[in-house]
Design a protein around this ligand. Sequence first.
Ligand code: AMP
Ligand code: GLY
Length: 436
Amino acid sequence: MKILVLGSGGREHALLWALKRTSSAPLQLYCAPGNGGISQLASCVPVSAADHSSLIEFARMNDIDLTVVGPEGPLAAGIVDQFEHAGLKIVGPSAAASRLESSKSFAKDFMRRHKIPTAAYAIANSAAEALDLLRGGKFGAPQSPVVVKADGLAAGKGVIVATSPAEAEVAVKELSSGTVVAAEASRQLLIEEALQGREVSLLLFADGRDYALMPAARDHKRVGDNDTGPNTGGMGAITDASVLEAETLNAIVRDVVEPTLEGAGQEGFPFRGILFIGLMLTANGPKVLEYNVRFGDPETQAILIRLKADLCQLFQAIVEGDLGKMSVEWSDQSSACVVLASKGYPGPYETGFRLSGLDRIVTGDDLQVFHAGTSRAETGDYLTTGGRVLGITAAGATLPQALGSCYRAIKKVTWEGMQYRRDIGQFNEKLKANNV
Ligand code: AMP
Ligand code: GLY
């Protein structure tokens, strides 16, 4: 089997590692464009994941059996439709189904049509309309928090949780200015009721008919310890039985997962690929914050280290519509991924620093170093190329054991300006202690 993975982050490194580790058949792995760490596992192809026609040509010329898409951009731009049109097999949703992520207003109206619990919202077609909505007093008392979102894809920069409608007015101006988020993405703005509670990421495999859940994960979005500072792509993730109790999971399956998949089918875009549901567990039950139509980063690193099923077969089953015949097994462990990032991230940062100590980490099935932003020099040294650089990922019998493995490994590696959160998973322990 020849498999091509599209993307260049820690998520894609984890996908390639899990493909290799779980496959019963020999695999030849390719990644476009990949990164320094990925180059040790797969042949890196210097083509951007946005260059669909070159990717189709590469897949044809090299007899690629299956392509797996990491990031949302190519999905929203219709890469799956184009590969299928060219007779090539690819894992991911169509452009029509990808609107669940690429248009927040589409996703919210979809949830309203299918009675899927989510925050109250209104859609504005201009900044002026958004300001009118805020001044209309529909979103709570003058001091209550309110959320402003750009409709389109914004690489995590399109959501501002404002502490009051007055602050939200500033957010509307910022999002619609075309500086933080592309004008294209902020043509429509959403104003939402701010929800309170614990956040959970629930991912699943779907083939348009059947689905299989992955272990629920918790992301750590803020850059600083104790959830302080700006939002990032994610500074760490955990999986653990305490992330989502069985009873709440059952309610989410009944009220969110099944209505979403059934709704997509009814509306003519059966969902085939990976669906990521971001939820807030509120006092009034679980509510959807957002859909993503792809694997999460860094959730995927923490999730896939526990996968026991054959990932290649799973991907084939998604394409063939055979998921119902597969049993998807996971190890009975907890897991954690701690992201090591460049100084300054998520703001501007410098790159090109040499990593040291990586060879001192003894990796195995329960401890992996996934590369998110590195290149490999001719000397064999790794250099930083991105904001998020490495994701140290471990599984263990308990969450503290998995975290212990991550943090012991982190002590061995460094570069100039390396930053990371010291409290990944701690918040979870605190919540548990306080019975939240
Ligand atoms: P999204 O990209 O829509 O998931 O938003 C990014 C982050 O913003 C989420 O992970 C939440 O932490 C926060 N957020 C989004 N929507 C809401 C909401 N309605 N209430 C509170 N927080 C929210
Ligand atoms: N970690 C959140 C995301 O992948 O969107």
